[in-house]
Ligand binder design. Structure first.
Ligand code: TYD
Length: 196
């Protein structure tokens, strides 16, 4: 029987992580923390598959627009000049489109990760969405340097190495979107007996 607090989450090495040879480093950081990879594959996703991976609701799209806007506001850069709009929904739609272009550029590595509080643990290991704000010690803080100011002005997505599900609902949806039941394996890590 699964132990209490053991959760599953979805993690993906994005095209920049694959292209930079960081698949091993990313998996290493998950495994060394005690997390367990229970499904893994390399995929060159279609536009449709990636579009269905990311939420389509306006709240999520507006949040995407706002995250970039905050950085432009901090830097005193005019939103309309930078994004062509000061409307967070319009800006979010643009970012979503750039994101789909980027995520279909090269293969990605998709995985299901299991462990104690796996969702929060993986998000902590990956670090803040915006690499320029990510703490040292996180994957993004140690290996990436991008920011909305650099990316949005060039009309492209931020290169931030990896994706990790944020909520329980998101994890469930994403795991089903990327993996069939047969591709997910139940196996024991004997060292877990010494960990928890
Ligand atoms: P989000 O779900 O907010 O972040 P996270 O990946 O940490 O859960 O955003 C989804 C992705 O959108 C994010 O990983 C990078 C990309 N993005 C941009 O390309 N430009 C932007 O201005 C923002 C805010 C995000």
């Amino acid at each position: 029987m699964a132990k209490p607090a053991v959760e599953r989450t979805f993690v993906m090495v994005k095209p920049d992580g694959v292209q930079r040879g960081l698949i091993g480093e990313i998996i290493k950081r998950l495994e060394q923390r005690g997390l367990q990879i229970i499904a893994l594959k390399m995929v060159k996703p279609s536009v449709e598959h990636i579009s269905n991976h990311y939420p389509t609701d306006e709240v999520w799209i507006k949040r995407l627009g706002d995250k970039g806007f905050n950085v432009f506001n901090e830097l005193g850069i005019d939103l309309k000049e930078a994004m062509g709009t000061a409307d967070n929904l319009e800006a979010g739609k643009k970012v979503r489109k750039w994101l789909i272009d980027y995520m279909t550029e090269a293969p990605v590595v998709a995985m299901v990760v299991e462990g104690v509080h796996a969702r929060d643990m993986v998000r902590k290991i990956v670090g803040s969405t915006l690499p320029n704000k990510a703490e040292i010690g996180t994957l993004r803080g140690d290996f990436s340097v991008d920011s909305p100011a650099a990316a949005n002005l060039e009309k492209r997505a931020i290169k931030n190495l990896a994706h990790a599900s944020e909520t329980k609902e998101e994890a469930e949806k994403e795991i089903c979107h990327w993996f069939s039941q047969e591709e997910i394996h139940q196996w024991d890590r004997p060292d877990h007996k010494a960990m928890f």
